[in-house]
Ligand binder design. Structure first.
Ligand code: LMR
Ligand code: MN
Length: 430
């Protein structure tokens, strides 16, 4: 064979080049064969092991197969176990790709030791530390994420990526608006990789608004919209399907669900009764948990969420839940909820946008005293008992209740009517 004319090194180089060419041309089987036979001949060779891992990685993406994902992760781990025998480039790429696959597979805890090894190997590179912070954030381990970001910023004061992530946590988790604004502002202005993200524009604008800096907030929103991080300055949802009809308010006819909506409407007094009765049982209605409230008291009783029926709550409001069961666009809405919403007088809800343009939010008025109103986009409206008020909550909306007795509505999220069956089935849950 050709190897008799060459030393091992040039044979290896040539074979790896050939295998990478197959890989580049998406000929995964031949590439795998070459790497496998190299590994047999030269056990523990970093380039061959890394090449094999890349092929398995590509196979798992191509066939969307879980066992293949596991195999690819394992193959990268084999490379990482070589430690100093693998050069910096291979070690780093294997580690970073292994982390990405573990994140993709939801195996976040297993990624942490890999991050730790990368940090040990590349102690002077803030990026490997930032990636550990991202994994912690994905796990909702805010304290640990903060700790590592804080230390990164002590040493790399101007690291934009660390700034936006630290600022994001300070706002969303700690409600420390002032520090959040300072960090998000500077991090976004750095335009560093990973900083031009809708979440950071969204969060900076919100923090500015709440601090009374409304003009700067609007500028941030306009810039985010210009960068196409969300559909528009007033429609700041982050999980979107492009091209869906977008307007603040909708009529029942426009939703195409007129029939199902009118069944609920005809039963509004029954629904009202169930919502009010459930209020008397302590522990069912829960405080609004997204810190959208400026002041006041606002509680909700969830019947369906993310496409799941919540049995414990439906047991208290069976008729309402049974009607929803006959309303597929609500029942199957994986990007929304069905819930009673009770708002006490003296409540103000900060302007905010829902997470997705894939749903419309229909409110059935149940108990509607004077003094309650909602702004969606630039228009204010009020509810009426027994009537629908339908809006697209991806548009900025704000709620006030300045009356003297509680307001109760049933909130029914429905799929945006322009989404196909296929999209309704395959969109991720929110
Ligand atoms: C909202 O969706 O933010 C509010 O409109 C809910 C409510 O109870 O008014
Ligand atoms: Mn809302």
């Amino acid at each position: 064979g050709p190897q008799s004319f060459m030393d091992d090194d040039s044979f290896l180089d040539e074979e790896i080049r050939r295998a990478n060419e197959e890989l580049f041309n998406d000929n995964l089987k031949p590439a795998l064969q070459i790497f496998d036979s190299l590994i047999l001949k030269f056990p523990g060779h970093p380039g061959a092991l890394y090449g094999k891992a890349k092929v398995l990685d590509r196979l798992s993406t191509k066939y969307k197969n879980n066992q293949m994902l596991q195999d690819a992760i394992e193959a990268y781990r084999v490379v990482l176990k070589l430690e100093d025998k693998a050069d910096d480039k291979i070690y780093r790429e294997a580690g970073e790709r292994c982390v990405q696959l573990l994140r993709f597979g939801g195996m976040l805890a297993q990624a942490v030791p890999i991050h730790r090894n990368l940090i040990r190997r590349f102690p002077n590179d803030p990026e490997v530390r930032n990636q550990l912070a991202v994994t912690y954030l994905m796990q909702n381990r805010y304290a640990e994420a903060k700790y590592i970001l804080h230390h990164t910023l002590m040493r790399w004061r101007d690291n934009g990526f660390a700034q936006v992530h630290y600022g994001f946590i300070l706002k969303v988790h700690d409600n420390d608006l002032k520090s959040a604004v300072a960090l998000l502002r500077e991090g976004i202005a750095s335009e560093a990789n990973g900083t031009q993200d809708g979440r950071f524009y969204f969060t900076l604008g919100d923090a500015l608004y709440r601090l009374g800096e409304k003009e700067e907030a609007m500028e941030v929103y306009k810039k985010g919209a210009d960068l196409k991080l969300f559909p528009s300055a007033l429609q700041r949802s982050l999980y979107n399907v492009n091209g869906l009809k977008a307007q603040p308010f909708w009529t029942p006819e426009e939703t195409t669900y007129e029939k199902e909506l009118s069944i609920l409407q005809r039963n509004w007094e029954l629904i009202q009764k169930e919502g009010l009765t459930a209020m008397k049982i302590p522990g069912y209605y829960e405080d609004e948990a997204e810190s959208l409230r400026d002041k006041g008291n606002w509680k909700q009783l969830e019947l369906f969420a993310r496409g799941y029926r919540i049995e414990k709550n439906c047991a208290k409001t069976p008729l309402t839940c049974n009607i929803i069961e006959t309303f597929p666009a609500a029942r199957t809405c994986k990007r929304g909820q069905v819930k009673f919403s009770i708002m006490q007088p003296g409540t103000h809800v900060w302007p905010h946008c829902g997470p997705t343009n894939c749903r419309l939010r229909a409110h059935l008025g149940l108990v509607v005293p004077p003094g309650a109103k909602i702004r969606v986009g630039t228009e204010e409206r009020t509810w009426k008992a027994g009537e629908w008020l339908i809006f697209d909550d991806s548009f900025e909306h704000e709620v006030w209740h300045n009356g003297i007795s509680p307001r109760l509505v049933l909130i029914v999220d429905v799929w945006h009517p322009e989404l196909t069956e296929d999209q309704r089935e395959n969109l991720s849950r929110i």
